[in-house]
Ligand binder design. Structure first.
Ligand code: GDP
Ligand code: MG
Length: 365
């Protein structure tokens, strides 16, 4: 499987079939799609791998779409391209791999590739697996000489608060991109059409939510040029979002760290950030389990009420233990392990540098 572009413009056009997609199909003539591509992409078939001739084919615009599960990443890509990207209808996530969807830019003479990514709070994969998937994809793309022209971070405007998982996702997202790439990032709130269709819809309330995001969680990004944008769940709105981006080719921090500095995932800024989230989660789960154990030790089952509280505590303890085991599995995973040889190398080079400096200081005395 590769990061392949379709051979011909029309052969793989995916004409939407449902009536709700008819608005898209009218513009769909000029569009064509790529297949879903796994992260184990064979980029070599389309992108030059040699460093001298690294080039972006036909100045194609590559846009990565990231954000929590359910934010609307796949829906956005479907609206922009007309391609039948799999959309989540239940609470479980459905984009478990990286998918590259190609289309023609509606007004410019170039190809656009939207890269659909799974959210960090995925139903089937843990955060470490997701980061590994995204990092490997970004690394291979970079090694093939392809740079992203934009990154979209999607967030549903329906969310009334920022859950822990969304804060973590945003934190890791920032560490994947790095500050240099913030200027080419769009912070897209989604589901505007959904809230607008609700009885008693209050536009000012949603606008306030967006403003609050920009002044708090999104502030570091906005301060460095990320644009807050809105997606109204239409083809036009998707392209308005794309047009609002400066579309400058950027190398993301994780690409630089893994591609140029040859760091392992666990040594990248994003990898270290994920590790610290996992350590923090493990320690608060351990504390919670300890508290439950103490409560259980001091409780006696003399009434039906006591019995049901004990049962509840036992269930909570089992849940916390299960979650803790999941985190331990991630911490033990190969991808988050540090490379002992690399550390040895760092140690040796530090040691020889300080020895050189000591000798220099000695001779100049
Ligand atoms: N009305 C409306 N529904 C949306 C929007 N974005 C996503 N959805 C719905 O939200 C659910 C999750 O969307 P999906 O695109 O799979 O989210 P993803 O996990 O970020 O890829 C689906 O039921 C979509 O139909 C939007 O902007 N408006
Ligand atoms: Mg999806």
């Amino acid at each position: 499987m590769g990061f392949r572009r379709p051979k011909s413009r029309r052969t793989s056009v995916n004409i939407p079939s449902s009536p709700s997609e008819s608005t898209i199909s009218s513009t769909n003539e000029s569009y064509y799609t790529a297949n879903s591509l796994s992260p184990s992409l064979d980029v070599s078939s389309n992108f030059s791998m040699s460093s001298e001739s690294r080039s972006q084919p036909n100045n194609a615009i590559i846009i990565a779409v990231m954000g929590p599960t359910g934010a609307g990443k796949s829906s956005f890509i479907k609206a922009a391209t007309g391609v039948d990207v799999q959309i989540g209808e239940s609470l479980s996530s459905c984009t478990q791999d990286i998918q590259a969807v190609w289309c023609k830019h509606p007004t410019r003479d170039c190809d656009v590739c939207f890269v659909d990514t799974p959210g960090f709070d995925d139903t089937y994969k843990d955060d470490t697996q997701i980061l590994e998937l995204i990092a490997n994809w970004l690394l291979k793309t970079y090694q093939a000489g392809t740079k992203l022209s934009g990154v979209l971070y999607l967030h549903s405007i329906t969310a009334n608060r920022m859950p822990h998982s969304a804060v973590r996702t945003l934190d890791i997202f920032q560490k994947i991109c790095g500050r240099d790439a913030f200027s080419t990032t769009g912070l897209v709130t989604t589901h505007w059409d959904h809230v607008a269709s609700q009885p008693g819809y209050d536009a000012t309330e949603c606008e306030k939510k967006e403003k609050d995001l920009c002044e708090t969680f999104w502030k570091p990004l906005v301060d460095l040029g990320s644009k807050p944008l809105r997606f109204h769940n239409t083809h036009i709105s998707a392209w308005d979002v794309v047009r609002s981006l400066p579309l400058e080719q950027k190398v993301l921090l994780i690409q630089r760290e893994m591609g140029d500095e040859h760091l392992r995932l666990s040594e990248t800024t994003a990898g270290r950030t994920l590790l610290s989230w996992l350590f923090r989660a493990a320690s608060s789960l351990k504390e919670a389990i300890e508290r439950i154990v103490n409560l259980l030790a001091g409780s006696s089952s003399t009434s039906a009420d006591d019995n049901s509280s004990i049962k509840y505590l036992e269930q909570e303890k089992a849940k916390a233990n299960e979650e803790l085991n999941g985190i331990k599995t991630q911490l033990d995973s190969q991808s988050l392990r540090r490379n002992p040889l690399l550390h040895l190398e760092h140690y040796r080079s530090r040691k020889s540098r300080s020895a050189r400096e000591t000798t220099k200081a000695g001779t100049s005395l």
